[in-house]
Design a protein around this ligand. Structure first.
Ligand SMILES: [Zn+2]
Ligand SMILES: [Zn+2]
Length: 473
């Protein structure tokens, strides 16, 4: 059985609120054109899952409305046919949206009667198998939705979750805040409320890279009560990273065990009910795609440039907030070295935020070198000897207290976005903690005008494309 969910960009949600919630007690309507992600198998519930991703909002203007009241709305279908035509051209799905001024989060008998006619119109226009989404927004800002699979009464399935990512990350699902939760998280609820615990228990969160920062992020997510965690890394534990890897033991290094399995076992041993899915592969490997696309949030804890560029695109194509982090220790030669910088960076990626390329965080040349090293190791070694590609020199300096503090910074940014403890302006898209100066900075970077990722919205919410993420290997 396929399950369904929707991600609605924060600016799209704001446009819908403005159009639908006018405080006049009447119903209004709009359409949303959606891209999609077809997940063959969600690794946690082991079912197929389809994610719809908002790309464009089209309001139904008042002159098209034939009849509107507090409990009903009918409008000319001309605009619906226009929306269907636009959707067919871009392989999108149309969502029909209306508000319930009385606050009812359930679909009404009127909705049940009217919607099959619209689905029939969609199937007639765009072909058999065409799906239609239907969303309702209540006066107090709650969302509910369903997806029509066939043009006949009752042929619909609920949306499992509606996410609204932006400066904040709101999540809507039936019965939110009603789950009792584990006693282990009660003191957390005293600080932040029970709804946060409920949200965390439902979220699917990915951790890309399970080294010093990634292992710390994964442990913190588990101890916060995140219900579903996916781990991605293709590296094994060795003696040189034992001191920074949370959850690792000497025998893991001796047995050269994959980091993802070591971290997954450490989480399972906590007994907090977290379901962990480890994938031992480089993040660009097609093997990772189902788990990655199923995630609601992804933490980027890798230090490879190509992996970062991959996540950089993922955030915009799939509307999945990526919280990327990096530690940069600039130590000179000598012992002790003359420390010139000790910076921890946390960057949140997604529509309307500047991407990692435009912030100068990743190097395209280094990424190309890494891609060559993976695909053609011999050619890479030759080019490195000829000094045509940048090669890894000495290992980068790292200190466990700073990799771990960086993990805390990143996970606290997630809590802020879900719960808002820093207030409405408290989310920070790009924070650099100058550990050696004892201060935080928030450098601003604008998108480069030609950036294909963050300067224009064509790929935002596009979802599945060929090639994947528009990346040409
Ligand atoms: Zn209704
Ligand atoms: Zn950019």
């Amino acid at each position: 059985m396929t399950t369904f969910s929707l991600t609605l960009r924060e600016d799209h949600e704001a446009a819908l609120r403005d159009h639908l919630l006018r405080g006049n007690g009447l119903e209004h309507a709009a359409y949303v054109l959606c891209g999609r992600a077809g997940i063959r198998r969600d690794p946690w519930d082991r079912e197929a899952h389809e994610k719809f991703l908002s790309m464009q909002v089209i309001p139904v203007s008042d002159d098209q409305v034939l009849d509107a009241g507090p409990g009903l709305i009918t409008w000319s279908t001309t605009s619906f046919v226009r929306a269907l035509r636009a959707a067919a051209a871009d392989d999108q799905v149309v969502a029909v949206v209306h508000n319930h001024p009385a606050g009812m989060t359930a679909f009404s008998a009127q909705d049940d009667t009217n919607e099959p006619d619209l689905v029939q119109l969609a199937v007639n226009r765009n072909g058999g198998g065409t799906k239609m989404l239907s969303l309702i927004l209540t006066a107090d800002g709650q969302w509910a939705g369903r997806v029509w699979l066939l043009p006949r009464a009752g042929a619909h399935a609920p949306l499992r979750m509606i996410r609204v990512p932006g400066a904040r990350l709101a999540v809507h699902y039936p019965g939110r805040g009603l789950a009792a939760g584990l006693p282990a998280f009660q003191r957390q609820a005293l600080a932040f409320g029970s709804a946060l615990n409920d949200d965390l228990s439902r979220l699917r969160v990915g951790v890309v890279g399970c080294g010093g920062t990634g292992s710390a992020v994964a442990m913190l997510l588990a101890r916060l009560g995140v219900g579903q965690v996916a781990l991605f890394d293709n590296d094994v534990v060795d003696r040189t990273n034992l001191n920074r890897l949370h959850g690792a033991h000497q025998q893991d290094a001796d047995l050269m065990r994959p980091k993802v399995h070591v971290v997954a076992e450490a989480i399972a041993a906590m007994g907090l009910g977290v379901r962990v899915v480890p994938t031992e592969a480089w993040i660009g490997d097609p093997e990772c795609r189902d788990a990655l696309r199923a995630c609601d949030i992804v933490f980027g804890c890798t230090d490879d440039h190509d992996g970062r560029l991959f996540l950089n695109r993922l955030a915009y194509y799939y509307l999945i907030p990526v919280i990327d982090m990096g530690l940069a220790i600039d130590a000179g030669d000598g012992d002790p070295p003359a420390l010139r910088g000790l910076d921890g960076r946390v960057t949140v990626l997604g529509p309307h935020e500047t991407c990692l390329m435009c912030r100068g965080v990743v190097s395209g040349a280094a990424a190309r070198g890494e891609a060559m090293k993976r695909a053609e190791p011999e050619l890479y070694e030759r080019r490195k000897a000829e000094a045509y590609v940048a090669g890894g020199g000495n290992p980068a300096p790292a200190v466990v207290t700073f990799t771990t503090e960086l993990a805390c910074m990143a996970v606290n940014e997630m809590i802020q976005r879900l719960q808002g403890f820093r207030g409405s302006d408290g989310s920070v898209a790009h924070r650099v903690r100058k550990f050696h100066l004892g201060e935080d900075r928030r450098p601003r970077h604008d998108p480069r005008p030609a950036c294909p990722v963050c300067a224009a919205d064509e790929s935002w919410g596009r979802g599945d494309t060929d090639p994947f993420l528009g990346r040409v290997a």
